[in-house]
Design a binder for this molecule. Sequence first.
Ligand code: ZN
Length: 293
Amino acid sequence: MKTDFLFTEAHTYPSGSEDACVTLLFQIKWPDGFVCPRCTYSDFYVISTRRLPLYECRLCHYQASLLTGSIFEGSKTDLTKWFTALALVSTEGGTSANRLHQIIRVTYKTAWLMLQKIRYAIGCADTETLLLGTVRVNTAVYNRPQNSSFQASPTEQPFFVGAGASMETPAEPDYVKMKLIPKQYIRDRVVNGKAIQAFTESEIDGTTTDVTFVAQRYSSARFIPLLQLAARACRWINRTFMGLGRKHLQVYLDEFCYRLNTSRISTCILSTLANLCMRAPRFTYKQLTSFSS
Ligand SMILES: [Zn+2]
């Protein structure tokens, strides 16, 4: 697949070359022009002897790397391939590692790790955003068996689907989150108060007073639009990834919510995603491969 058309979707991506990617990432990292990370001086030399340029401060001679502090740091994969991955994640249905590795011609493992790094960046950005305004939260279940047994299935994964909306338009959420409920807070399919407390503390702004939780499956007060969003997320996961276990489910739920939330605001999803990836906190291989809670 040619990458050019993916980059022209947003006017900031004039072509699919490595140079164009470097220019774009430079603008994201230093939107007001180069700033030396050590002394804040703004004048620099470009050192072009490596695969990617280094930027040397003319005052203290510190050599700054473009990719330091981003999910791309240390990667040997071409930036054009990274941007193809970002573009595919930004499309409505996202992408699987199986599809990505065929498109950009890297190994399946490399493609999987690239996507996990992107999802990690998305998850980090989500933790910085809290639900505000009129907040409604409902329990939902991934992989709920069709039978009506009262016994919980070992494969079913309960999660909270929560949304914050303005008082004027409570039916149109500004931001949606889906978070797995820790297993220690569930017994016989009943979610206890500690789960609600944990979600409230980590996902809802402390100044918000209009918060309603529905934790019972058949409650007449349940929030149908939220459950419909949760069902869409589950269908997308099963269709695109052929189903998932608990271990990685959270980052896929975050990815689904990311597309949902950014599609509601008038911004380029690809550009926003590139920004997130340039400022993701440091991670370890272990963090990328073990997200379970
Ligand atoms: Zn300097």
